[in-house]
Write a protein of this length. Structure first.
Length: 278
């Protein structure tokens, strides 16, 4: 009998054994508690929704302003992250330069840094008296904090690492022979990048952009610290939820439901990629 057949038979037998083996009761109980821990808050939120009033609540000016600003700033942050994040990911994946590990650590820092601290750092650097914001204001009169630009910068700061690490991983795993083949056929570096590299990493790039947009849409701490919470100017959906919890509980619940639906949509968009990785 061929060895391949023996291997597939043994794999199938092992899979059946794993499927029929009784799991430890303690692990089942702990896993069930873990699932309940995640589901109960969502059930509580759904129980608070005034479904008949939902269209009217979502049509109020404060909600419309927050949705408009959130969509605008999150899309702008995603585009900015793509413009500067994809080249950074390419450098980290393809160029062996001194201090690359340090640069990678700095890229990942916003993932573990408290968002409020990130917002404070942005304020100290880009504020009117900051090391960059001061000269920028003197030269151009541009004020970044407490403006729509501040919202975009804060969202980009906290969300760009998702794009960089996703694209860097795809570029690192990419077979260099495809790029070499394009180069040997006479294609220049930009042509190889545009015609070979980017199409091959397109699924990872798309997933990274979706994650970046979702993180930018849900940003709270850095935004409120660096851009403030001004309705119609810097108040995004998470900030509107924070304010509405004290002033109008129904609006807070409606906005929270909207954010949950957005999160579910992101999971649905990424499900095929995650299933392929299993």
């Amino acid at each position: 009998m061929p060895t391949e057949g023996l291997g597939s038979m043994s794999d199938g037998t092992a899979s059946r054994r794993r499927g029929t083996r009784r799991p430890p009761i303690l692990l089942v109980m702990l896993g069930g508690f873990g699932l309940l821990f995640l589901l109960i808050p969502l059930m509580g939120l759904l129980g608070e929704v005034a479904w008949s009033d939902l269209p009217e609540l979502l049509g109020r000016p404060v909600v419309v302003d927050a949705m408009r600003l959130s969509l605008l700033s999150s899309v702008a942050a995603t585009l900015l992250a793509a413009v500067i994040g994809v080249p950074l990911a390419w450098l980290l994946a393809k160029v062996d330069f001194p201090g690359r590990s340090l640069v990678r650590g700095l890229v990942l820092l916003p993932l573990v840094l408290p968002p409020v601290v990130g917002g404070a750092a942005l304020l100290f650097a880009l504020g009117r008296r900051g090391v960059v914001g001061g000269p920028l204001h003197d030269l151009t009169g541009l004020v970044l904090p407490f403006s729509i630009w501040g919202v975009v910068i804060a969202a980009t700061f906290v969300s760009m690492p998702f794009l960089v690490i996703t694209v860097e991983g795809a570029l690192t795993a990419l077979d260099d022979r495809y790029e070499w083949a394009g180069a040997t056929l006479g294609a220049g570096r930009w042509t190889v990048l545009r015609r070979v590299t980017l199409p091959l990493i397109a699924p990872s790039l798309g997933a990274g952009l979706i994650l970046t947009w979702a993180r930018a849409l849900g940003e709270f701490g850095a935004t409120i610290t660096f851009a403030g919470n001004l309705q119609g100017r810097t108040q995004t959906l998470p900030l509107a939820v924070f304010v509405a919890l004290e002033s109008d509980r129904a609006i807070a619940v409606a906005l929270s439901l909207l954010m949950v639906l957005v999160a579910l949509a992101v999971l649905i968009l990424l499900r095929n990629r995650w299933l392929r990785s299993l």
